[in-house]
Write a protein of this length. Structure first.
Lengths: 288, 780
């Protein structure tokens, strides 16, 4: 591994300044589970890293009275997996985090890191999109809040500007009667990245009509795939909805790439299977 | 017996897993510098220019080793345990991505890495050969223009034909009976092709060596090796030194599984140390490990003639071992896979051919199972196909044809003891063979499968040991066997403790050091308990005889009337007339000085005829079976192993805990290469996943819910305790048992490993398309 400078800012503001001034070859380092692999393999050689982990005050998960969450960017994926606050408000996030890599990876890696790495195979970012999460960022120009659904440009590419860092994730409360499901299919060991991951968040109102439905797929395109057709089902009874058509729409919309985890054909098939399973889990026996 | 047969925990287990012991990558020497290797980025090319002058000028660089050095020294620049085909650094050509082009020694690893980038190399690319069968054809682009047979090649390889030409490094053939007549008598003929992929061993500790060349030319090496004696032999041949001037030490080893047999990084590290005139340490990265040693991929074409009553009457098998760029020990791997390719069955007419074929890939080397998992994958799925076609039970068909004690093997030798039938029956019982699976319904289908295997051990081979009784009566065992994590430091100590009647705490097995420990051929082939165990028992016998003779004189009784009991020599029938070992030695010399030294040599014999493959292939035979129950998700093709039962003959389990650990470890590895692992290459010869991010090994979460490890004990007459090896015994039949269970569950036969979910799903879709309806298998 090429040697690089290790910069240790005292605050996110200072970190942003370092990154803004440092240029392309100065990169933020949180858990290091992605960047260190790239640096060790020689794929990427940073001149310096801005180490974020020692910055105080960004590793807490707080729930508000309405059931919304604020997750600090430096919260580890292990903390997300085991958080009681999360289990109380958004247990699907615990479920998704549990499936990330192995325990060593989860202990080291951070929520902010997995969001900003923009690996289309990551488990947690797609789940957060399905939950309608927003991210809070900081840069020398100030702070802004972005919808995570609009955050991804392509593989390993986000809308973040140079010198801009994610400081927290804001997860809105789940509406009454709404819950989430995350299903992950691996073709390697259980600890592998997903061949396909499907997060479905939805539920019915007291009249038995779909009040909310959001479906996001991981691993089958350049960024998390939001199945836009799901929105259109709001107001209908699950029994009247052609869920198979929705799953087929998801499979048609995805843009998988053949690799060692499966061919394009197989990934599309799995998108269909796991979208169907997620919807069935969500709406149970009410499916047509 | 007091200690043999007891489940004693590994004597170094805790120290190993806590990192308290020193492994080779952590060894430091005064004045030591660090080596890094420049590797070929292309799979096959002529080197037209190599200029290291810029790298040599980089501050901190001690030297750069190139072809100019190895050609200017009075050494043999090519090495290899069978064929001297591998250059220390590339001389005229590179033959695979990762081939060694040059090496740098520098004051630290970073400087050495930086220097690599300053070495200028021009490559003139040559046609690339990746397909093993195509590479074996006349006219395929030649990977080696010439190579030399090793002068000291092993006896057992004399039956091989090294003159086939082209890219065929060696050819093994076996002819038994009349193959044409056999097929003429057959009522049914089955013919299929199977493929077993390239995998890597996944040893936690990478290859590492520390070397220094002393001012008088002696060579001193510490290396992560499974066979220090053979490495010493290789280094002596390379550097033209007497064996006594080469010293190889094997420190604690962080696993090997075959990847650390025969010279690997040692010839290069010594060359760098020679040029640097300082001690040099070379530790490979994980990526480099994938470019150093892998398991052979094997293409198996198998044709079987069967009579209508289920007798296997003729079998013809052609095996193509994908050797990669250099032969390493591949001629032996392909030979051993070759004569076992017919399986553990009585077949009167056999024609077996096994080719070791060069390709432009990472060299194939020893890997737990040594060629047998590859051929068993073929012949045991073939048995289920035959049983299905004949409408008979797969277990019954196997038992009808299986070799039993006293039967003749393919090589003509008489087998005794073998436990193929016992192993099969044990696993069949364990998985409830014959009773249907409880089908969970929905998209899940369950099925059961079995498979049986037979494997040889390196024969002839030799192990020797020295056992010292120190002046306090404690025992030192000087053995060249390496504790590679399998626990031989424990089991060999148990053998010595038993033979000399002392507690285990009074025995120390000395770490292998060729200047100190006598010759041992190899810690491989699962031969250590059998061969080194026997040598130690013989050496202990010599110690015992001397001790008894001393005591007889002192006690004025005949030596025959004495026995050993817990550190004391005792007059038989008079338990109060006893004297401690320490006192026997003290009385002998009138001082507390001296030691009693015993030596033991154990050699096995054998050899096969070059034309017929008949003779004696093995001093003992590993026999094992595997039975599994699986659940297949018919929507995704993903397979879950519900239950896995393995059985093998241990002869006598010296330490049942460690023996069972070997079975469980074998199963974990086999699950990896059955379902997950494959070192993949793109069509241009670039490896796609030479790292643990993309090359997937199973974790504990991927292991079966229920496992059963069954040790059968049919003693071997040549070992004092009846023990044989177990380290590789149960790995061969696993893949085929799983393949058979998947077929039993859903009617899909996968012939090429690994069994990825996609292959199963495609099979299900093809089946549904051809049947017109989607339906699962019967489910046993």
């Amino acid at each position: 591994m090429k040697q690089f400078d290790f910069l240790s800012p005292g605050s996110f503001a200072e970190a942003c300044q370092m990154l803004a001034e440092g240029g392309e070859e100065v990169r933020p380092l949180a858990g290091g589970t992605a960047l260190v692999i790239l640096a060790k393999s020689g794929v990427y050689a940073p001149k310096a890293v801005v180490a974020l982990k020692l910055i105080p005050g960004h590793n807490e998960i707080t729930a508000d009275a309405a059931g919304g969450l604020r997750i600090g960017a430096l919260v580890s994926q292990r903390a997300l997996e085991t958080s009681d606050a999360v289990r109380h408000t958004h247990p699907v996030l615990n479920d998704a985090a549990t499936l990330v890599g192995n325990i060593r990876v989860r202990v080291m890696s951070t929520v902010g890191g997995t969001i900003c790495e923009a690996d289309p195979q990551a488990d947690v970012p797609g789940t957060l999109i399905a939950l309608g999460a927003r991210v809070e960022t900081l840069s020398p120009a100030g702070s802004r809040i972005l919808d995570l659904a609009d955050f991804y440009v392509g593989p390993y590419e986000t809308v973040l500007q140079r010198g801009e860092l994610v400081t927290a994730v804001l997860v809105p409360p789940l509406p009454a009667g709404v819950r989430g499901i995350y299903l992950k299919h691996t073709t390697g060991p259980i600890s592998d990245r997903p061949c396909v991951g499907v997060c479905a968040v939805g539920g019915c109102d007291t009249q038995g009509r779909i009040s909310h439905l959001r479906v996001v797929l991981n691993g089958v395109g350049p960024r998390p795939l939001i199945v836009t057709e799901a929105q259109a089902l709001v107001g209908q009874r699950p029994a009247d909805v052609d869920m198979a058509a929705l799953a087929a729409a998801a499979a048609a919309a995805c843009e998988p790439v053949s690799d060692l985890r499966g061919s394009e054909w197989y990934k599309r098939e799995m998108a269909l299977v796991f979208t169907t399973r997620a919807l069935r889990d969500l709406f149970g026996g009410e499916l047509k | 017996m007091n200690i043999v047969g007891k489940s004693v925990p590994s004597v170094q287990g805790r120290e190993r897993v806590t990192g308290a012991v020193t492994f080779t990558p952590s060894i430091e020497m005064p004045g030591m510098v660090h080596a890094k290797v420049l590797r070929s980025p292309v799979p096959h090319a002529r080197i037209t220019r190599l200029d290291a002058s810029r790298a040599e000028k980089l501050p901190g660089v001690i030297c750069v080793l190139t072809r100019d050095d190895v050609l200017s020294w009075n050494i043999n620049p090519y090495y290899g345990p069978v064929l001297q085909d591998q250059p220390i650094v590339a001389i005229d050509k590179v033959r695979y991505v990762g081939d060694i082009v040059a090496a740098v020694a520098a004051v630290d690893v970073q400087t050495a890495e930086d220097a690599l980038e300053l070495i200028e190399v021009d490559y003139e690319e040559l046609p690339v050969v990746l397909d093993v069968e195509a590479s074996a054809q006349p006219g395929a682009p030649l990977i080696h223009d010439r190579f030399h047979k090793h002068e000291t090649a092993f006896e057992d390889l004399k039956c091989l034909d090294f003159g086939a030409g082209g890219n065929i490094a060696s050819h093994f053939k076996l002819r038994k009976g009349d193959i044409a007549a056999g097929f003429a008598q057959a009522d049914h003929i089955f013919e299929h092709t199977y493929y077993h992929q390239i995998t890597q061993h996944g040893h936690l500790e990478p290859h590492a060596s520390v070397a220094q060349v002393l001012p008088d030319g002696r060579v001193d090496v510490w290396s992560s090796t499974q066979n220090p004696s053979v490495v010493r032999d290789g280094l002596a041949a390379t550097y033209k030194l007497p064996l006594s001037k080469v010293r190889v030490r094997a420190p604690f080893l962080g696993a090997g599984y075959g990847a650390k047999t025969y010279p690997k990084m040692e010839p290069l590290t010594v060359a760098v140390a020679r040029k640097a005139r300082r001690p040099v340490r070379l530790v490979l990265t994980r990526e480099e490990v994938f470019q150093t040693a892998v398991k052979h991929a094997v293409l198996v074409k198998i044709k079987t003639g069967v009579t209508k009553n289920g007798t296997l009457i003729a079998r013809e098998v052609a095996c193509y071992f994908d050797q990669g760029a250099y032969a390493d020990i591949g001629p032996r791997t392909s030979k051993n896979g070759g004569y076992a390719a017919g399986g553990p069955y009585k077949i009167a007419n056999l024609k077996l051919d096994s080719y070791d074929v060069y390709t432009n890939k990472t060299p194939g080397c020893a890997y737990r199972g040594f060629g047998i998992p590859q051929v068993c994958w073929a012949y045991e799925q073939e048995m289920d196909r035959i049983a299905e076609a004949l409408g008979v039970d797969g277990l019954q068909l196997r038992l009808q044809n299986i070799v039993r004690d006293g039967d003749e093997f393919a090589t003509g030798e008489i087998l005794n003891p073998v436990a193929c039938a016992e192993s099969l029956e044990a696993v069949a019982k364990e998985i409830g063979w014959g009773t249907p699976c409880q089908q969970p319904g929905g998209n899940m289908r369950r099925g059961k499968g079995i498979a049986v295997a037979i494997k040889s051990t390196m024969t002839p081979s030799l192990s020797s040991a020295i056992v010292k009784m120190e002046e306090d009566g404690s025992i030192s065992v000087l053995s060249g066997s390496v504790d590679i994590g399998q626990g031989v430091d424990t089991s060999l100590a148990q053998i010595a403790a038993e033979a000399l009647s002392v507690s285990l705490e009074r025995v120390q097995v000395v770490q292998p050091d060729t200047a100190v420990t006598p010759y041992d051929q190899s810690t491989s082939s699962s031969r250590t308990t059998f061969a080194m165990g026997s040598a130690i028992a013989i050496a202990c016998g010599e110690v015992r005889d001397q001790l008894l003779a001393m005591a007889a004189e002192q006690l004025e009784v005949a030596a025959e009337d004495l026995t050993l009991d817990q550190g004391h020599v005792v007059v038989k029938g008079m338990p109060t007339r006893r004297v401690s070992y320490e006192d026997v030695i003290r009385r002998k010399y009138n001082m507390r000085v001296g030691s009693i030294v015993g030596k033991g040599v154990f050699k096995t014999t054998g050899g096969l005829d070059p034309e017929t493959g008949q003779g004696k292939a093995s001093a003992f035979w590993f026999t094992s079976a595997c039975g599994v129950e699986v659940e297949v998700d018919t929507d995704t093709g993903r397979v879950t192993v519900l239950k896995m039962a393995s059985a093998c003959n241990a002869g006598k389990a010296i330490n049942p805990l460690l023996a069972t650990g070997q079975i469980e470890g074998s199963n974990g590895m086999a699950l990896g290469f059955t379902f997950l692992e494959e070192l993949a290459y793109d069509p241009g010869g670039q490896p796609l996943n030479p790292n643990f991010l993309d090359y997937h090994m199973p974790t504990i979460l991927d292991t079966p819910k229920e496992v059963a490890s069954i040790l059968i004990e049919k003693p071997h007459p040549e070992n004092p305790y009846g023990a044989i090896g177990v380290g590789e015994a149960t790995i061969p039949p696993v893949s085929a048992a799983l393949g058979n269970a998947i077929y039993n569950a859903v009617g899909v036969r996968v012939c090429d490993l690994p069994i990825k979910p996609e292959k199963v799903l495609r099979g299900l879709r093809e089946r549904a398309a051809s049947a017109g309806v989607a339906q699962g298998g019967a489910g046993r």
